[in-house]
Design a protein. Structure first.
Length: 291
């Protein structure tokens, strides 16, 4: 199965293949696969075992084939001898390889990713990867979710070839952070036919007091084979400061804005309405304040 994506830089549509597509079809579309998924693969124990394998020296041999398969441009990253596959996966990008808009009114992307935009309707429901979720389910907090009625939900889907470090979108301070434990499932379209993907996943959200966008919620969501979400202990931050990173796997970031706070760029809006994600880079302008 492939996913339709708009490449904003090249102004063209392309089709993305899903990581380990055949294995995912087996897990989600067969009786034996679903039994394995429920009893073992979607458990924390499996995630921890997988993390151990990706953190040992033997996993280094996986790096070069991975780079070749996903055509990763390594000239963008720091040159170093990686100690494991996970060390490679959480690699840092070279300074200057991502441009951050300095305009105070500009909304930037927190990560290299594929973006979809959703309006939070009167029923507080949003369509995430072919499944319907309320903001309350995502946050596990109905009272907090009501603050975002008629607001905007931005979903940034990171795939295995993306840079897996992410940043703050504005100057501001952390009000509080909450961790929600769950069962791990993949973020792609195969699994969403079978499961309420995000409500089953480990996730961590931060309530941010930002200078230009008010009270924003940023949610990091883990997926199948992602053992950890690593957020830095930062109380006060600047636009573009690194917020954290994901360990191995495809993952997702969700941003929630209150009503009439932001105005998204037209191209992103139009493709989102057509059900097509837009490929963007960390720091790239994707919208602005709704003045």
């Amino acid at each position: 199965m492939s996913i339709t994506i708009f490449n904003r830089d090249l102004k063209e549509i392309y089709y993305e293949k899903q990581y380990k597509n055949g294995q995912l079809k087996f897990l989600y579309n067969t009786i034996l696969g679903r039994m394995l998924l429920k009893l073992f693969i979607s458990t924390r124990l499996f995630s921890k075992i997988n993390a151990i394998f990706n953190n040992n020296k033997g996993s280094i041999k996986k790096i070069e084939p991975f780079i070749n398969e996903y055509k990763i441009d390594m000239s963008e990253y720091e040159k170093k001898e990686y100690t494991s596959f996970d060390d490679f996966f959480t690699r840092k990008i070279l300074e200057g390889k991502r441009s951050f808009s300095k305009e105070k009114s500009h909304l930037i992307s927190p990560a290299d990713s594929k973006l979809m935009v959703y309006e939070i309707d009167d029923d507080l429901k949003m369509n995430i990867k072919n499944s319907i979720y309320t903001v309350g389910e995502l946050l596990n907090d109905e009272k907090l979710s009501r603050e975002y009625k008629n607001g905007t939900c931005l979903i940034f889907r990171l795939t295995v070839d993306d840079y897996h470090r992410y940043c703050f979108i504005d100057d501001g301070s952390l009000k509080y952070r909450k961790v929600i434990n769950g069962r791990l499932h993949t973020v792609g379209p195969i699994s969403s036919k079978r499961y309420k993907v995000y409500s089953e996943n480990n996730r961590e959200y931060s309530v941010l007091k930002t200078r230009n966008f008010g009270k924003v919620i940023q949610i990091e969501v883990g997926a199948l084979l992602v053992g950890k979400i690593k957020n830095h202990s930062i109380k006060v931050f600047k636009k573009g400061d690194e917020k954290g990173y994901f360990c191995f796997g495809g993952s997702t970031i969700v941003l929630l804005f209150k009503e009439k706070v932001i105005k998204m760029d037209e191209d992103i809006l139009e493709y989102s309405k057509a059900g097509i994600e837009t490929k963007i880079k960390m720091g790239e302008k994707i919208g602005e304040t709704n003045d």
